[in-house]
Design a protein around this ligand. Structure first.
Ligand code: KIV
Length: 301
């Protein structure tokens, strides 16, 4: 059995550490791949320990964590801050980091420099880039620097101003043709996987059948090789109505609100903290203190 160190840990071939190679095997075996976003240490640990295959530090953190209007303003440094925290919480899952808007569009050199930061400083194993065939060259440059790249086509949120809003893509024949060209170009460029966002189920199925790289869908139907959702969406922490494709598996807003309100009520009614939740002096110190206090009181009399 070969023992190869991966990510500072020993991978003994037991199938625990997810790698770009194991994703491909999963596609061949028709074994569905799971992916969720995580943006901090606590969520990263919960997601990883639940056995999710891929953890994505998505630039959606611009909205979910930082309260920005869209993903356009988040910077490489802001992303890196979160990637580092997630790295500390993830053991087995493959760790992907989104390259934010502006970090790969200006030049291939910039793209490689920024991608390198996500690997060196953040500990990411794969970087994700939005866009189709026009990104193939930049993706090749990053892969040449030994950094695996995930593609992302369809509804690409960094293009919100060009798309004129967050709209389902690939709804007519020419748009479908373009999406197929995009998918094939990125597959040939050697992407480690391909995110398909906001496209009709039929188109996602065609792309999945056509490309050798695993497809990971979000709002792209059940025929992709894997699925990704935003952590805050599945636990209801988004303060708004969910998109059609979101399934809510928990109600963190309800749970947290209830806990915070109960804490507030307990403090205001002096039910928190109780004596059991307080620290106490050791017996002899307490006795000595009482003697001192008694002496002070006697002197005042
Ligand atoms: O930023 C993000 O969260 C994403 C996906 C959900 C695919 O890119």
């Amino acid at each position: 059995m070969s023992i190869t160190p991966i990510g500072g840990r020993l991978f003994d071939g037991s199938g625990q550490k997810v790698t770009t190679a194991s994703l491909r095997e999963r596609k061949l075996r028709h074994d569905p791949i799971t992916c969720l976003t995580a943006y901090d240490y606590a969520a990263a640990r919960l997601v990883d320990e639940a056995g999710i295959d891929m953890v994505l530090v998505g630039d959606s953190l611009a909205q979910t964590m930082l309260g920005y209007e869209n993903t356009l303003s988040v910077t490489v440094d802001e992303m890196l801050h979160h990637v580092k925290a997630v790295r500390r919480g993830v053991k087995n899952a493959l760790l992907l980091a989104d390259m934010p808007y502006g970090s790969y569009q200006v030049s291939a050199k910039d793209a490689v420099i920024n991608a390198t930061r996500f690997v060196k400083e953040g500990g990411a194993e794969v970087v994700k880039i939005e866009g189709g065939e026009k990104r193939a060259d930049v993706i090749r440059n990053i892969i040449d620097a030994e950094i695996p790249v995930a593609g992302h086509i369809g509804l690409t949120p960094q293009s919100v101003n060009v798309m004129g809003g967050y709209k389902v893509q690939g709804k007519d024949l020419s748009a479908i043709e373009q999406l197929m060209r995009d998918a094939v170009a990125l597959d040939r460029a050697g992407v480690a996987c391909l995110f398909l966002e906001g496209i009709p189920r039929e188109v996602a199925a065609m792309i999945t059948a056509e490309v050798s790289t695993p497809t990971i869908g979000i709002g792209a139907g059940p025929d992709c090789d894997g699925q990704v959702l935003v952590f805050h969406d599945i636990v209801n922490l988004t303060f708004g109505p969910p998109a059609k494709f979101v399934r809510r598996y928990g109600d963190a807003t309800g749970l947290i609100t209830q806990a915070v309100q109960a804490y507030r009520a307990d403090v205001r009614s002096r039910h928190y903290p109780s004596d059991e939740e307080s620290y106490h002096l050791p017996k002899d110190t307490k006795a000595a203190l009482e003697t001192v206090m008694e002496r002070k009181r006697a002197m005042r009399r």
